[in-house]
Design a protein around this ligand. Structure first.
Ligand SMILES: C[S@@+](CC[C@H](N)C(=O)[O-])C[C@H]1O[C@@H](n2cnc3c(N)ncnc32)[C@H](O)[C@@H]1O
Length: 182
């Protein structure tokens, strides 16, 4: 992991004035990802504060959905940001296959999917088969909660024709992100 401040772990980092559970370097690399691969929509699985969805919605205004099993504690300021950027919050279990299918079907193509709930490997297994060419899937907490380099994950990525995006740079900067494009 990089020794710079960009590699500091998630927790206590902010975006748009609210807490987000991402590394500072991860926030930088999301901007780079969307610049290289413009997406028509974003789907965040695991909202937490609801502020990371603001970042995604700056790239996909009107087409960003964020989902959490817990109702979002949304104050006036965040509600205003969500309204202005056209963010939809869905309260539900992202690990239910019917929910996954419904969420994915409703998103404009190409789709960005961010796996960040409590069971990232299960989430990856469930959402990867739903991807179409041009879609991107990113997973947080690699390698602590999500073993991106395990045979299990690389095998699934291979079977579904996924290409890893900037693995060495993301790892070197301590982003904790693993990203693939279909
Ligand atoms: C690590 S936090 C998300 C952080 C957020 N993406 C960010 O970067 O700020 C994980 C979230 O996933 C939610 N969660 C856990 N299990 C879930 C499930 N099965 N379906 C939907 N949300 C879930 C938790 O309530 C929690 O808010």
């Amino acid at each position: 992991m990089s020794a710079s401040w960009l590699g500091i772990p998630p927790g206590g980092n902010h975006f748009a004035g609210g807490l987000v559970a991402q590394t500072p370097s991860g926030l930088f690399w999301f901007a780079r990802l969307f610049a290289e691969h413009p997406m028509a929509s974003a789907l965040e699985l695991g909202s937490y504060s609801g502020y990371l969805a603001v970042l995604f919605a700056l790239h996909c205004p009107g087409h960003t959905v964020t989902v959490d099993i817990v109702p979002l504690a949304i104050g006036d300021r965040l509600a205003d940001l969500h309204r202005r950027l056209g963010i939809t919050f869905v309260c539900g279990d992202v690990l239910q296959p019917a929910t996954a299918a419904r969420l994915m079907a409703a998103q404009a193509r190409p789709r960005f999917v961010f796996c960040d709930n409590g069971a990232k490997l299960a989430e990856f297994r469930l959402y990867v088969p739903l991807l179409e060419p041009g879609d991107i899937i990113a997973v947080h907490d690699n390698p602590t909660e999500f073993p991106a380099d395990s045979d299990d994950v690389t095998g699934l990525a291979h079977d579904h024709a996924l290409t890893r995006w900037r693995r060495d740079e993301l790892d070197a900067d301590g982003t904790l992100l693993a990203v693939w494009r279909k």
